[in-house]
Design a binder for this molecule. Structure first.
Ligand SMILES: *Cc1c(COP(=O)(O)O)cnc(C)c1O
Length: 358
């Protein structure tokens, strides 16, 4: 039975064509700065995001960490959403390794911190306080696309107070494809989003389907500082052109097709909406969250697992569409959930792992 793996868009396997691109890659030693495939990719992604420079990273966590440490000194502070990846899901790296204090703020259902809360959290220049240096936003957030109004207002507010702005754009290509709309100009949509920020971290190992890799983009000066941090955290990689070739292939072939993932997620959400005992909490771009009544989330996960359909969550289940989920996978998932809902109540199975934005 073919598994329909909806746990995350990180689970994609490199396609045959991507493996061929990897096999053909010209490589050098990127710590010596002479891997041509990495250098070309960094230039390509810097141009795509409208920044002066970019630096290849092992992961999105490493990319955000290097970005935050490049922006902030010990004793500085960053303002961040309470549920943002850079605060909650990165092992506290900015605090542990950079002595940078987070100032987490409550977010609304769209992932937005209130502008008044941001303004109130920015500390005056006074020896009592950490120096507030940086605002971190995330787009998409739980699949939801941040509005341009919000991005413009939040970053303008930060700038008024001398803060820099960083975007955790792990899924910013999904946001750009959604913003551009059918037949729209995706690169222009991407640059419109990244234009609000001093630095942007993008991931290639999620919806774009590369096996490994992220990139931090920003000014030449910022990227030079991040380069030093990357070395410090063990992120200097050698013949990494093999990975860069996979990313190049993904940028050529897997960007526009994100719209298919969005269409399938919408179809899944539509089919789930209104089933007894379920409610769709949010469905945007490639991520669907579903609340399950009466603590039956674990039972539903187990029911799906037995039918070769994998998802994550407990009360709120998460389904993520990607390159390796086709229309048949969505149909099978809908059929299995309908079957579950028709069965009524069962004794609860063992709890499943909590959902996270992995
Ligand atoms: C996946 C993700 C990251 C980076 O995760 P890695 O597993 O370290 O690559 C960062 N931010 C968000 C919002 C993510 O979803």
């Amino acid at each position: 039975m073919k598994v329909v793996d909806l746990r995350s868009d990180t689970v994609t396997r490199p396609t045959a064509a991507m493996r061929e691109a990897i096999a053909r890659a010209e490589v050098g030693d990127d710590v010596f700065g002479d891997d041509p495939t990495v250098l070309a990719l960094q230039a390509r992604v810097a141009a795509l995001t409208g920044k002066e420079a970019a630096l290849f990273m092992a992961s999105g966590t490493q990319s955000n960490l290097c970005g935050m440490l490049a922006h902030c000194q010990r004793g500085d502070e960053y303002i961040v959403g309470q549920l943002a990846h850079t605060y909650r899901y990165e092992g506290g790296g900015a605090a542990v390794l950079g002595s940078i204090q987070p100032q987490p703020l409550v977010q609304d259902a769209q992932g937005r911190m209130a502008l008044a809360d941001i303004a109130a959290a920015i500390k005056p220049d006074d020896p009592h306080f950490a120096r507030t240096r940086l605002l971190c936003l995330e787009n998409t957030w739980n699949g939801q696309v941040m509005s341009h109004d919000y991005l413009a207002q939040a970053t303008a507010l930060a700038r008024q107070h001398g803060l820099a702005c960083h975007l955790d754009g792990a899924r910013v290509f999904n946001a750009a494809v959604a913003d551009a709309g059918p037949g729209g100009d995706v690169p222009a949509a991407l640059r419109r989003i990244t234009g609000y920020f001093d630095s942007v971290s993008v991931c290639f190992s999620k919806g774009l389907g590369a096996p490994v890799g992220s990139m931090l983009c920003g000014s030449r000066e910022l990227i030079a500082r991040a380069h030093r941090v990357r070395k410090m955290v063990g992120g200097g990689m050698r013949q990494v052109g093999l990975l860069a070739a996979a990313v190049d292939h993904a940028l050529d072939h897997h960007v526009e097709r994100l719209a298919e993932d969005h269409r399938r997620a919408a179809k899944l959400a539509q089919g789930l909406q209104g089933l007894p005992g379920l409610s769709v909490r949010s469905a945007a771009t490639n991520i669907v969250f579903v609340d399950v009544d009466q603590g039956r989330g674990a039972d539903l996960l187990a029911h799906l697992k037995a039918r070769g359909i994998w998802a994550t969550g407990l009360i709120g289940l998460r389904f993520v569409t990607h390159l390796d989920v086709d229309d048949d996978g969505i149909e099978r998932t809908l059929a299995a959930v309908r079957e579950f809902c028709a069965q009524g109540s069962t004794v609860s199975a063992s709890p499943a792992a909590a959902a996270g934005p992995y």
